[in-house]
Design a protein around this ligand. Structure first.
Ligand code: NAD
Length: 420
């Protein structure tokens, strides 16, 4: 069986973009490969007195446009190959969003649900100690990713600050508000998804108001997207989570979907009206992917739209709120069928944009209101979408390729100016 290597996957798309730009081997080499890969062994005292060793990673992909930026993932399947690919995607995402960062990513091979809170804190502090020499507010700025959160960022910030002998909130983003987190960060990704969808549709001369929307995943990103799609006058015809999917042609309540996510209530408990129905589990989630809708928003996991269901997708627009929700084969099928896919590196970049605002507020020690943050987010998202759309027209390519071309040319130009 062929072992799937996500970094090879990155290289395939990267090389297509490099072909469009006519880049030679040297230029490709300076943009494609990580600048530094760190693997660490973390020795952690467990509650029962034993000591366990965990593997940790930090990959710094490219710093030509600014310090490395990217999350830390705690997952039992985390490995250096995955982290390498994720770090490369961050270089691309930051360049598409036009924020002054390169890309990085970190991870620890661990199932955090098996650790006590104390063990999780000691693991996080051990990781911060181990990668201390290579991170910093002007070097590499981590953030939360899968199974990590504001509390974990707080421990990381504290450990770094102790080693640094000064309070250094700008070393991580996604922090709680009380220690320098930004207002608006929690909703930034979902709100950005809706701004991206609205702006891209308007480029195609289509108004978003009145469009039917189906959102897979009612978590932090999906529930916020549902709330703002509803505010734009869209009809949320379907929403799902791990319990299954709810469908209602007359429209689900966007505010309620958000409230349920905040209260960690599953959609199996959604109070459906007369015309509504609930389809449990995987079947519900599959039915959502192929339901009668104008806009499909995968906001849960990777590989949800695949070669098997892509031919049955009825939506005209797919807005990738999750990272990697469409397989490479499905992407080709959708493109041939004329379905417009707004790629993850563009659609969900609102999160890293507000992380950038958080970092910049920390460095300047001047904090903005939520309205100011949202206004700046909208400005950045619209500019990024319109820029990618312009590149697609110029090169007559898909939006995903347009985003890659945008990013690769920016990173390559910066590297050239630095004489790398
Ligand atoms: P989350 O954990 O808050 O929500 C995930 C949602 O997906 C939940 O409703 C969960 O029930 C549902 N889900 C989980 N497994 C499922 C399954 N097998 N079938 C259907 N639904 C399932 O996560 P999130 O922060 O909303 O992230 C969602 C996606 O967006 C991920 O791909 C993440 O990498 C990406 N993303 C998140 C951010 C961010 O700021 N949170 C930024 C960029 C990208």
């Amino acid at each position: 069986m062929k072992v799937y290597d996500p970094f090879e996957n990155f290289l395939t798309t990267f090389n297509k973009a490099a072909d469009y730009l006519g880049l030679g081997k040297d230029e490709r080499d300076r943009v494609a490969y990580p600048e530094r890969q760190v693997e660490v062994s973390l020795r952690v005292r467990m509650d029962d007195g034993s000591v366990k060793t965990f593997e940790g990673y930090r990959v710094q992909h490219n710093s030509a446009r600014g310090p490395y930026k990217g999350g830390i993932r705690y997952h039992e399947k985390a490995d250096i190959n995955e982290v390498r690919a994720l770090s490369a995607w961050m270089s691309i995402k930051c360049a598409v969003a036009d924020i002054p960062y390169g890309g990085g990513k970190g991870g620890i091979k661990v199932d955090p649900s098996k650790l006590s809170e104390g063990e999780l804190e000691r693991l996080t502090r051990a990781y911060a100690d181990a990668i201390y020499p290579v991170v910093g507010p002007y070097t590499d700025i981590p953030a939360p990713d899968v199974n990590t959160n504001g509390k974990i960022m707080g421990w990381f910030c504290d450990e770094y600050s102790k080693l640094n002998h000064s309070f250094t909130p700008a070393v991580v983003t996604g922090k709680p508000i009380s220690i320098g987190g930004s207002l608006g960060r929690e909703e930034a990704t979902g709100l950005g998804v809706v701004i991206a969808a609205k702006t891209m549709l308007s480029n195609f001369g289509v108004e978003i108001k009145g469009k039917k929307v189906a959102v897979q995943g009612n978590g932090n990103v999906g529930s916020v997207a549902s709330k703002y799609f509803a505010k734009e006058g869209c009809v949320i015809v379907a929403a799902s989570d791990i319990s299954g999917a709810v469908f209602d042609e007359s429209g689900l309540d966007g505010e309620l979907l958000r409230k349920m996510a905040v209260e960690r209530k599953l959609l199996s408990e959604y109070p459906l009206g007369k015309g509504g129905k609930f389809v449990p589990g995987k079947d519900g989630n599959q039915a959502l992917i192929t339901c009668d809708t104008d806009i499909l928003v995968p906001a849960a996991l990777e590989n949800q739209i695949d070669a098997e269901n892509a031919g049955d997708v009825k939506a005209k627009y797919v807005i990738e709120a999750a990272n990697g929700p469409t397989t490479a084969e499905a992407d080709e099928i959708l493109e041939k069928r004329g379905v417009i896919v707004v790629p993850d590196i563009l659609a969900n970049c609102g999160g890293v944009v507000v992380s950038y605002f958080e970092w910049s507020q920390n460095l300047n020690r001047y904090y903005f209101s939520e309205e100011e943050i949202n206004e700046r987010l909208a400005h950045k998202m619209k500019a990024a979408v319109n820029n990618v759309y312009g590149i697609c027209k110029k090169y007559d390519c898909s939006l995903r390729m347009g985003a890659y071309i945008t990013a690769v040319s920016k990173i390559n130009e910066a590297a050239k100016m630095l004489g790398r």
